[in-house]
Write a protein that binds this ligand. Sequence first.
Ligand code: HEC
Length: 145
Amino acid sequence: MSSKTTCRIAGILLALFVLIQAVRPERTNPPVKAGNTLQARYQLPAAIEQVFNRACADCHSNRTRWPWYSHVAPASWLLASHVKDGRRHMNFDDFAEDISLKDICQELRIGAMPMKGYLLLHPDAKLTGAEIQAVCAWTQSAQEK
Ligand code: HEC
């Protein structure tokens, strides 16, 4: 490839990158529904709450910490769609009655959550075996208030 072609391709890519920035997904944090949170419904031990806040809340709560790259397309599209999807399935701040706590334990046991891509960027979100056990012990014993 001649350097002229390389230059042209780079120019096109750069122009595309700038163009796609115009499509800005919504980065919302809707209000927390006080009576409807996981804490409001269940006796949630502080240690379990900390695990959820650390490893899950970015996608499963209305308290998402939107990182700087959530402002940069195409990462922004991916993040916004994960958060939207995650909240739709389970939202700690708007906790639907039909969600079974056992599903949480199940997702952790099979290693499906937190999502792999998220763990790459947030290695601290990885749960230890002991944490998974603690969460599962809680989901088995949890009583609605
Ligand atoms: C990067 C975003 C992200 C993170 C972080 C994340 N999740 Fe998810 N979660 C999703 C998405 C998206 C879905 C829906 C699609 C799917 O199931 O893969 C989902 C689905 C789920 C479901 C299934 C709900 C149902 O409909 O049965 C459970 C349970 C769950 N997550 C638990 C967790 C737990 C517990 C954590 C923390 C340890 C966590 N997730 C962290 C994005 C995330």
